[in-house]
Design a binder for this molecule. Structure first.
Ligand code: TPP
Length: 537
């Protein structure tokens, strides 16, 4: 007899899902057991939020939805952060949690929350898995996550329904889906026509800037690289797509959308006489330039929340890039942003004012020199994210991960676990602040247990420094932004991970290099002075 839980597990396994991340409750034990029988590993984590974040990165890297499983009530409530992140950061995430059965007495309110109503506005679909609809609802939710823009879908399965024998003839309770409301609403441009238009605009431009954003597909990385390199086009990227072009190349101008040096990058955007937004999604932009400056949008799917700038048509990126590559460059643009590029590079060469701390720029430089180009870097959220987001020299696609549409703290370590499980051969570096680290450092134990070692660099400044700097910027009294330093090294050791502290760039580099070659997790605490960030922002 096949039960609803067994059928759910089989559908996930048949869809190529090899791991489900989560934290259990009694109500999902049967499904976890069926997953085990179907050969799907359950990655036990220490907070549902972290499990959801890890799952989404794991899924996106594997070109499939990440799957997170939680209990009902509190476990399901803890999914708000990863579901919001998957929504705003375009990550494919199928979240499944338990729920009370429909036929429970109305007086039973223990752990009862309106989960579908809560998650519906953030999800591409929500639904209830039943013995009647499992073979329809689960595949559809998986497909919804992978419909561009990628995003979350949410399903519930009650412990009672999980045990019911399959009865799959009448699709009585379907998932409510927004399928069909996205790309099909918008007009498509023929790629050749669009290529002519783009080429024509470029022919007239003297300072063009291609801005590549979140919504490009990494499978187009080689085409994008060939286009900007063969035509010698100046190119910038948003943080979420770092690595789509080689950031050590001459034509790389910088990272736009809220990172370090953002004032300068806004000046770059204003100085350009043609801005081409290739897959650019304003969800990453915390300023207003995307609404104020004219942008020639090249989108192949709507942006987050199904937005498409007025008058914009959609076009297949691969076909458009092939058409562009079939033509010669319509003009030459001899490094129109050179002065900005030089200034950006020089910003890293500062020096800390304190003898006991390391200049933040030296941290990036030491690690970039030490670690191989295929290193996957994750960051948390804070000043360190701005630093790495702008200055980490990404060289390969899909090697940089941060929360930027949502910008939610506690992303860095979770993302590192998901990335390492998806790409076991790649070295992984998590760069986090001491605030974010203390939100989820317990996942270091998870990383060790599930065989996902990575290097964590904790930038220790004893404060929520980004917010402290914002407080200063608003000319407010310094108030409650500092905490007593928690010993990151001691915390890591308590989780069974090797750890050291250094303020010496060479020591930092050799510790990071040794850790990735020995395939061991190591945490490196690096004291920084928050005032040093002032020179970088
Ligand atoms: C979940 C969440 N809570 C609060 C914030 C607001 N916030 C953004 S950055 C930041 C400070 C982060 O401090 P830390 O992790 O130490 O990094 P640092 O800024 O010092 O590099 C805070 C509180 C957020 N983005 N996400």
């Amino acid at each position: 007899m096949t039960t609803t839980a067994a059928a759910t597990a089989r559908i996930l396994a048949d869809a190529g899902i090899e791991r489900v991340f989560g934290l259990p409750g009694g109500e999902v034990l049967v499904l976890i057991d069926e997953l085990r029988r179907a050969g799907v590993d359950f990655v036990l984590m220490r907070h549902e939020s972290n499990a959801g974040l890890a799952a989404a990165v794991y899924g996106k890297l594997r070109r499939q939805p990440g799957v997170v499983l939680t209990t009902l009530g509190p476990g399901a409530a803890n999914l708000m952060l990863p579901i919001s992140n998957a929504h705003l950061d375009q990550e494919p995430l199928l979240a499944i949690s338990a729920q009370l059965p429909d036929d429970f007495p109305a007086s039973h309110t223990h752990q009862l929350l309106p989960l579908h109503e809560t998650y519906r506005p953030l999800c591409k679909s929500v639904g209830k898995i039943t013995c009647d609809n499992v073979s329809e609802v689960v595949p559809r939710a998986l497909a919804d996550c992978m419909r561009r823009p990628f995003g979350p879908a949410y399903l519930t399965l009650s412990a009672r329904e999980a045990l019911r024998p399959l009865h799959d003839s009448s699709p009585s309770s379907r998932a409510t889906s927004d399928a069909g409301s996205a790309a099909s609403k918008f007009t498509k441009s023929p790629p050749l026509e669009k290529a002519k238009e783009v080429s024509g605009l470029l022919a007239k431009a003297t300072r063009p800037l291609v801005v590549v954003g979140l919504a490009v597909d990494p499978s187009n990385a080689q085409r994008i690289r060939r286009w900007v390199n063969e035509w010698r086009l100046p190119v910038a990227v948003t943080p979420k797509v770092k690595g789509i072009v080689d950031e050590t190349a001459d034509n790389f101008v910088g990272v736009v959308s809220g990172m370090a040096a953002d004032g300068m990058m806004c000046d770059v955007l204003a100085a350009a006489d043609l801005r081409i937004g290739l897959g650019l999604d304003p969800v990453e932009v915390d300023k207003t330039w995307h609404a104020e400056l004219p942008i020639h949008w090249i989108l192949e799917s709507p942006n987050v929340s199904d937005n498409v700038p007025p008058g914009t048509t959609l076009v297949d990126h691969a076909e458009l890039l092939d058409a562009l590559l079939g033509q010669p460059a319509p003009a030459a643009w001899p490094a129109p942003f050179k002065a900005f590029q030089n200034k950006r590079r020089q910003m890293l060469n500062g020096q800390s004012f304190s003898a006991h701390t390391m200049w933040p720029g030296s941290i990036v430089q030491a690690l970039a020199d030490a670690l191989p180009p295929d290193t996957i870097v994750t960051t948390d959220v804070g000043s360190h994210k701005y630093l790495f987001g702008q200055f980490w020299p990404s060289r390969q696609p899909e090697t940089f991960w941060m929360s930027n549409g949502l910008s939610g703290m506690a992303y860095g370590l979770s993302a590192a676990i998901g990335a390492k499980l998806a790409r076991p051969e790649a070295p992984v570096l998590a760069a986090v602040g001491d605030g974010g680290f203390s939100m989820n450092c317990q996942e270091l134990e998870t990383a060790e247990r599930v065989g996902a070692p990575f290097v964590t660099v904790v930038l220790e400044d004893g404060s929520y420094s980004l917010i402290k700097l914002a407080q200063e910027g608003k000319k407010l009294e310094p108030y409650r932004m500092d905490f007593r330093p928690i010993d990151s090294v001691g915390l890591a050791q308590a989780c069974g991970v090797e750890a050291l502290r250094t303020s010496n760039p060479d020591e930092l580099a050799s510790a990071a290099r040794a850790a990735v070659t020995r395939r061991r997790s190591v945490v490196i605490g690096v004291p920084v002075d928050y005032t040093d960030y002032r020179g970088l922002f």
